[in-house]
Ligand binder design. Sequence first.
Ligand SMILES: O=C(CO)[C@H](O)[C@H](O)COP(=O)(O)O
Length: 219
Amino acid sequence: MSRDAQKKLAAEKALEFVEDGMIVGVGTGSTVAFFIDGLAAMKDRIEGAVSSSEQSTRQLQSHGIEVLDLNAVGPLKLYVDGADECDPYNRLIKGGGAALTREKIIAQASDRFVCIIDAAKQVEHLGAFPVPVEVVPMARSLVARAIAKLDGQPIWREGVVTDNGNWILDVHNWRIADPVGLEAKLNQIPGVVTCGLFAARGADEVIIGDQIRPLRRPA
Ligand SMILES: O=C(CO)[C@H](O)[C@H](O)COP(=O)(O)O
């Protein structure tokens, strides 16, 4: 089955988590685009959506789904999003689409985070995919030097400006032994808005094709 077909299958399976009257947290990316298309068919049953990017907002609104402000609606029951990598414990690398900060905010504000991926994104250890880090522009070189001290190789994603007006450093060649510890270290560097490691709060369920994998904790 093609990767796109797997993404579509996972997105359709995630629709089963949507309940009547819900405000649904919606991620960003090509997998989520399938989810939004599916959500459109259920739009009269939901109250609206909270969106993680301008891109998803446009797609939601094009289907007539109301996009709500997270501050006005409070905690959400459900957040559905894709990922760039997923380890056996549902810890993720996200941010290939540069929407990581709003994605992490909505994931944190949601009771349940359902992640939808194709099988190629499953890995034993996170780090083959470069870890995106959103930085305040004036701190780019300061953060890059701090990351180099942590043995990562940061490369500026030149030309990309996030929805929050910030820049992205992609960190290559990282052997990530402790994703939770590294996430905390990155988030402490002044100028880092957030990093694309979703380890402290990973996904509650990962849907790979039509298979649902619940959360498993590391031993
Ligand atoms: O984190 C993301 C955007 O910031 C996406 O979820 C991630 O890049 C996966 O995208 P796709 O579904 O297109 O493969």
